[in-house]
Ligand binder design. Structure first.
Ligand SMILES: [Cu+2]
Length: 121
């Protein structure tokens, strides 16, 4: 009985450590709010995840956008402000700070990239 309890305790420790490590390794590049990293990893979707938000900043040269996005159900993200890399081929010429947008994200390694972005109608 004592032995079983100890094995169970050891397993619990191992499982917790493994989980923490997995979370760390999958951490997204969240420049503005590192504390939210873990929250991004609740779910993973291979299909594009759709979201809505407000454009804070566009850098056409670096091909990044900073979005204040709402919760993204498909991948379990809470609402937040963050930078995204924009996939090649996505036209950013019509995207400007202050716009309300709809966008799609696709998983790319440990990050998500914007695969479409357009003003909300
Ligand atoms: Cu985010």
């Amino acid at each position: 009985m004592m032995k079983l309890t100890m094995i169970a305790a050891a397993l619990a420790v191992l499982t917790t450590a493994g989980f923490a490590q997995a979370q760390g390794m999958q951490g997204m590049d969240m420049k503005d709010h590192g504390s939210m990293r873990g929250m991004h990893m609740g779910k993973q979707a291979d299909a594009d995840a759709k979201g809505t938000g407000t454009v804070k900043k566009v850098d056409a040269e670096k091909r990044t956008v900073n979005l204040a996005h709402g919760p993204i159900e498909a991948i379990g993200w809470p609402a937040m402000v963050m930078d995204f890399q924009v996939a090649g081929g996505v036209d950013l010429s019509g995207v400007a700070a202050g716009q309300e947008v709809e966008f799609s994200l696709a998983r790319n390694g440990n990050n998500y990239v914007v695969t479409s972005i357009a003003p909300r109608r």
